[in-house]
Write a protein that binds this ligand. Structure first.
Ligand SMILES: [Fe+2]
Length: 281
């Protein structure tokens, strides 16, 4: 009798295990992960960084896709964490809005709480550009003392040394202009570029083969396969550089996981991220 019941029992146990695992993964992906945040630390090289700027702490935030009704406490928690990390610079690489929430003012109200010793600078993402003009965002960011860089650059003076920050327009149906973005920057000076879509790195290094690019756009895949850490979902202009740091020629790129979500509000094995990037020469 026992011999015939055993396989049946095992079948139910296995089915129960699969059901419980799927239910746990769905709960995590839909209800837990999109509301949490993580802090990632990386050391990244910036060619020609003056020795006195070695160790400069840059916080990179990207892809907010801010939904005021769902993300308010996530965002205020992130602002609090960022300020507690005491950054030298905060750099933002776009996608501030969400298709269903195209108004940027609620996020601006949150971002005005950010503090950094040497300033906050921002560029624009494709979702931003699909809904409003660069001038629309510039007005709002400049009102909260955040430099807004679209096909332009600025020179920071930190401890008597120079560090350039440059930002392009968004790439996907935007008007990026690398020559205008890099205009006036000495070839042997330290440079960080803000480019929303990471795969444009391949173009940027043709114009400038030594710099650090910060990007977002991919959301790190938004849902990753645990253990093998693979992101199955690809997005246009974010197919080659999906998450983490990469090196090409004498340049590096950092691609962050971002904070928000597009489409369904889901994240799995890919928490919203505050990236703490320590610069080395
Ligand atoms: Fe995005």
């Amino acid at each position: 009798m026992e011999e015939t019941q055993e396989p049946k029992k095992r079948f139910f146990t296995r089915r129960k295990f699969i059901f419980t695992s799927v239910a746990a993964a769905l709960t995590d992906a839909f209800l837990i992960e999109p509301n949490l945040s993580s802090v990632t630390y990386r050391n990244l090289r910036v060619p020609y960084l003056p020795p006195s700027l070695n160790g400069l702490k840059v916080i990179h935030l990207t892809d907010f896709h801010y939904k005021p009704d769902k993300d308010e406490s996530l965002m205020s928690g992130i602002i609090e964490k960022v300020n507690a990390l005491n950054p030298d610079l905060i750099l933002l690489t776009g996608d501030y809005i969400d298709g269903d929430n195209p108004e940027v003012d609620p996020l601006i109200d949150q971002l005005k709480g950010l503090k950094a010793k040497h300033g906050i600078y921002a560029s624009m993402g494709n979702h931003d550009g699909w809904h409003n003009s660069a001038e629309h965002y510039r007005k709002r960011f400049e009102a909260i003392d955040t430099g807004f860089l679209i096909n332009q650059n600025t020179k920071l003076d930190i401890k008597g040394e120079s560090l350039h920050i440059a930002g392009t327009d968004f790439i996907w149906k935007g008007n990026p202009d690398p020559l205008a973005t890099l205009k006036g920057i000495h070839p042997l000076s330290a440079l960080i570029t803000l480019v929303h879509e990471p795969d444009y790195f391949e173009t940027m290094i043709k114009y400038r083969d030594h710099h650090l690019q910060l990007s977002g756009h991919t959301h790190g895949g938004q849902c990753r396969v645990p253990l093998i850490n693979y992101a199955p979902k690809k997005v246009k202009y974010g197919e080659k550089y999906i998450y983490d740091a990469y090196q090409q020629k004498d340049s590096s790129i950092w691609v962050g996981k971002g904070i928000g979500t597009t489409g369904i509000r889901v994240r799995f094995s890919c928490l919203p991220e505050i990236a703490v990037l320590t610069l080395t020469g």
